[in-house]
Design a protein around this ligand. Structure first.
Ligand code: NAD
Ligand code: ZN
Length: 251
């Protein structure tokens, strides 16, 4: 793995136009379970039952009870890990342009990343289903589920449920970044949720190097990505960040 870390550090150090695409795997070391894979939420509940907008419309109380309330309390305790911090450092060092994240946990911003596209929205905010007013999740009173807005409308997280569109501005900017980057770091995503999973293809087709960091191979491995660094995000991203720092000192 050391050879691959060296290779990735050299690839990142050689560009000012790297972009990271991150998924649930980058936050596992922060104690947030992924959706798929061992320990994933989907082993216990059916995604279409709870994370689909139709399910929420049908029975908001059930979705709040089965998914949202638990997620909110896990997210409230979570802290950024070495991988979030490593990407923030690579931005500071002038190599990483932006992070496109599928996560709703806000950990990239907490780690200090400035340019973060929250492709699937965020759990930090709630939105009223009736008047669209937004409020901070931290300020919610969860004594009664589902929580309601002052207007009486039901509140929902300001995220993208299955069956909903990606906010067009996020989609367009992400596609532009993918088409314009020289290196894409694909960290901790199973690359199965569309349209996020298309971004590495856009990058590859535009001539970028696509580097995966994931303990497991994904559908991108061996076809879309140039190489996979098979390890946990925290350890691998931190090692790349350290090595990029050394390369800068000696250049
Ligand atoms: P996923 O759950 O489908 O896949 C997680 C991936 O992480 C897997 O490929 C797994 O091999 C990999 N992984 C496991 N341990 C890792 C580690 N230590 N370091 C790096 N990678 C590791 O995740 P996804 O592709 O992001 O898709 C799931 C959807 O669920 C996303 O749209 C996301 O919005 C949402 N989600 C978000 C959170 C969060 O905000 N933290 C958590 C769960 C799900
Ligand atoms: Zn309202």
């Amino acid at each position: 793995m050391q050879d691959l870390i060296e290779r990735a550090a050299r690839d990142v150090a050689a560009t000012r136009r790297a972009v990271a695409l991150t998924g649930a795997g980058i936050s596992i070391e922060s104690g947030i379970p992924p959706f798929r894979g061992p320990g994933g939420l989907w082993e216990k509940i059916d995604p279409m039952e709870v994370a689909h907008i139709d399910a929420f419309r049908r029975d908001p109380q059930k979705v709040w009870d089965l998914l949202i309330r638990g997620m909110q309390s896990v997210l409230a305790q979570a802290q950024p890990n070495l991988a979030h911090r490593g990407l923030a450092a690579l931005e500071d060092m002038g190599h990483l342009q932006a992070v496109i994240t599928q996560n709703v946990d806000g950990l990239h911003q907490q780690a200090g990343s400035r340019d973060v596209i929250e492709f699937h929205g965020s759990f930090a905010w709630q939105r009223c289903m009736v008047c669209e007013r937004r409020c901070r999740s931290a300020e919610l009173d969860l004594a009664v589920i589902p929580p309601r807005c002052d207007c009486g409308g039901i509140l929902r997280p300001d995220c993208v449920f299955f069956g909903e569109m990606i906010p067009p501005a996020h989609l367009v900017r992400s596609q532009q970044l993918a088409a314009g980057c020289q290196v894409m770091l694909v960290v901790g995503t199973s690359a199965t949720v569309q349209p996020a999973a298309m971004l590495p293809l856009i990058a590859r087709d535009a001539g970028a190097l696509v580097i995966e960091i994931n303990p497991e191979p994904t559908p991108l491995t061996g076809s879309v990505s140039d190489y996979l660094i098979p390890g946990p995000a925290g350890q691998v991203v931190a090692a790349i960040r350290d090595r990029v720092g050394e390369l800068k000192e000696t250049s």
